[in-house]
Design a protein around this ligand. Structure first.
Ligand code: DGT
Ligand code: CA
Ligand code: ZN
Length: 585
């Protein structure tokens, strides 16, 4: 077993023990060990072999024994016993936002609820509201949570689907039978969630490729095994989460590859529009070719297909039939922003609040990614659950940043904070403290249940505070977990134009907030956007690429993204903003 597998097994032990009402200290030991192991840079197996498990912080004798069993045998009897004791429905209930192990246990103990179906019935019969610690509001939220889970059933987050897909891609791409290989479908269009993985290959000899695909590691079911198409159901561990999804492989002749690539990339609606365009030319377009009455039009690449229909190339992210073909015809397609144009990122957490890495570790990682600057944005004082910074700790962090800045050559660290927007729209520090920062990210983390109009005014009031530079994760949504709070996004975007507030595209794949649809609207209004990973560890810094995908789906160009600016231009922007809110000496 590798680190991620061991980590997932220990996390599962923790969850199951908690559902069984075991001692919280014991539960925490498993949860913490799971986190530690997922973040280890060396192999847990090598610690087992060398007998050095005990040197890892938090791994006592009991855990050493369990980890050794996992690494050596791939199994843990203790985990099997726990699984046998806990009805699987209880684990499914944990997917509901706001329903932790304690509440699930209470529902099971007192109402014998062991499935989502039973939970829904109990809520509708008003039985849950009467339980101690629940109430009518919680019951309503549970019902909404069940409905939400139903509406997203079977979809997987982009980052998790990408990881599964890339494993399959890497398995096949070096086979001698493979001529061309590409991921298609929603993955290639970089949608925030993906239902299934579509892999396309061209080859003269498909059989060995199909064989390798249906016997890939993690396959739990072969749904089809044919000459040109195979389908599998595959399971993989991604950052400790168990991901199960379908993957389809199609193998075509190399001449057909560009047509199949365009077809299976979709979207379906874009394909329909392209087919009508072909019909105007007296041609038929499908997954096999572009054909006329007299002859077929040969295309070597996707670009050739667009060219044959007198269109410039349309990037996959734009293929949602939201006006891209018209724009292509008029020559007004955007030149989309690219990852390599991102110069730095601003909303990042460190060990000062709830991050896993120090200022210096984060800065070094950002530099190694080729970024020119990095901004911090730890949590502010009222967010005690995330270890928000008191004014004293703000000053300590700033001093540390000053020191790092004097040490690091060719790299600039900006002083920022993710400042809570309080319920009344005021900010979480006095002006004196706010004046210490180069920039301030304003975010809502509390009172999500506010009526829409009140929430909108709360945010608008904060945007009018001269210290606010950018607005973090505008809606607070969590992809496949919960909808955002009620807020009038249009009004906020319009206010951003008036107040020159930057709007964040939170690039954490769990958030992707602003979403691409509102990015497109922001572009129309002339709002400037900033792509931030909301990193809580050095690895998370790379998430900005997912924000670039959102920006590209939202038709955004380099000049519309603030953090494509050079260090000097960013400095100039911040100091201009600071004129309205001068630093106090
Ligand atoms: P997903 O899997 O729900 O995240 O989204 P997609 O876009 O990957 O959809 P999927 O896997 O059902 O199909 C892949 C592509 O194949 C889709 O984007 C367009 C194409 N396609 C599938 N069915 C049809 C169809 O009935 N008509 C047309 N024109 N294209 C189709
Ligand atoms: Ca798909
Ligand atoms: Zn936040």
């Amino acid at each position: 077993m590798d680190n991620q597998q061991v980590s997932a097994a220990l996390a599962e032990v923790g969850t199951l023990m908690e559902l069984l009402g075991e001692n919280p200290f014991k539960v925490n030991a498993y949860v913490n060990a799971s986190r530690t192991i997922s973040q280890l840079t060396d192999e847990i197996a090598s610690h087992v072999n060398k007998g050095t498990l005990g040197e890892i912080a938090g791994i006592g004798a009991t855990l050493q024994e369990k980890i050794t069993s996992l690494v050596k045998t791939g199994k843990l009897e203790f985990l099997e016993e726990l699984r046998a004791k806990v009805p699987p429905g209880l684990v499914k209930m944990l997917a509901i936002q706001g329903l932790g192990p304690k509440k699930v246990k209470a529902l099971y103990d007192q109402l014998q609820i062991d499935s989502l179906e039973k939970l829904k019935i109990a809520c509708n019969e008003n039985k849950v509201a009467d339980l101690k610690g629940f109430g009518a509001k919680t019951q309503q939220k549970i019902l909404e949570g069940i409905e939400f889970l139903g509406s997203v059933a079977g979809r997987v987050r982009l980052d998790e689907a990408s990881s599964v897909a890339n494993t399959l891609l890497n398995l096949l791409k070096d086979m001698k039978e493979v001529i061309r290989i590409e991921l298609c479908g929603s993955l290639r269009r970089r949608k925030e969630t993906v239902k299934d993985i579509d892999v396309l290959v061209s080859s003269k000899n498909p059989a060995p490729i199909m064989e390798k695909f249906v016997t890939a590691p993690g396959v739990i079911q072969v749904l089809g095994h044919g000459e040109t198409k195979s389908s599998i159901f595959v399971e993989a561990l991604v950052n400790g989460s168990r991901i199960k999804m379908q993957a389809d492989l199609r193998v075509v002749k190399d001449e057909e590859f560009p047509f199949a690539l365009a077809y299976f990339t979709g979207s379906k609606e874009h394909n329909v529009a392209m087919r009508s365009r072909a019909i105007e030319y007296g041609l038929k377009l499908n997954e096999y070719g572009l054909t006329g009455e007299k002859k077929n039009i040969a295309c070597k690449t996707e670009e050739d297909i667009y060219k044959a229909l007198d269109l410039p190339y349309i990037a996959p992210e734009l293929r949602e039939d939201t006006g891209e073909i018209n724009a292509a015809l008029k020559g007004t397609l955007p030149t989309l922003v690219e990852s390599k144009q991102i110069q730095g990122v601003f909303h990042n957490h460190t060990t000062y609040s709830d991050g896993a890495n120090t200022l210096e570790e984060m800065a070094n990682k950002a530099k190694s990614l080729g970024l020119k600057y990095l901004g911090f944005g730890d949590h502010s004082q009222s967010l005690t659950v995330a270890n928000g910074l008191s004014p004293e700790r703000v000053k300590k962090q700033i001093a540390e940043i000053d020191e790092l800045n004097s040490k690091m050559k060719g790299f600039r660290i900006f002083k920022g904070i993710e400042c809570d927007i309080l319920a009344d729209g005021s900010l979480d520090y006095d002006d004196e403290v706010l004046a210490l920062f180069d920039y301030v990210v304003g975010s809502v983390h509390t009172h999500f249940q506010m009526p829409r109009e009140e929430m909108t005014q709360r945010i608008i009031k904060a945007m009018n505070h001269p210290a606010i530079t950018m607005l973090g994760h505008l809606t607070g949504r969590l992809v496949l977990r919960r909808d955002g709070y009620a807020v009038n996004q249009e009004a906020v975007l319009q206010e951003a134009v008036k107040t020159k507030t930057l709007i964040e595209i939170n690039a954490h794949p769990m958030r992707l907030d602003l979403d691409w649809i509102h990015c497109k609207r922001a572009k129309e209004l002339g709002v400037k956007l900033v792509i931030n990973p909301d990193a809580h560890s050095t690895e998370d810094l790379e998430y900005y690429e997912y924000g670039v995908s959102v920006a590209r789906r939202g038709w955004l160009e380099k000049d519309e993204i603030f953090n494509t600016l050079s260090t000097k231009d960013v400095e100039a922007f911040f100091s201009e903003r600071r004129k309205a809110f001068p630093k106090k000496k």
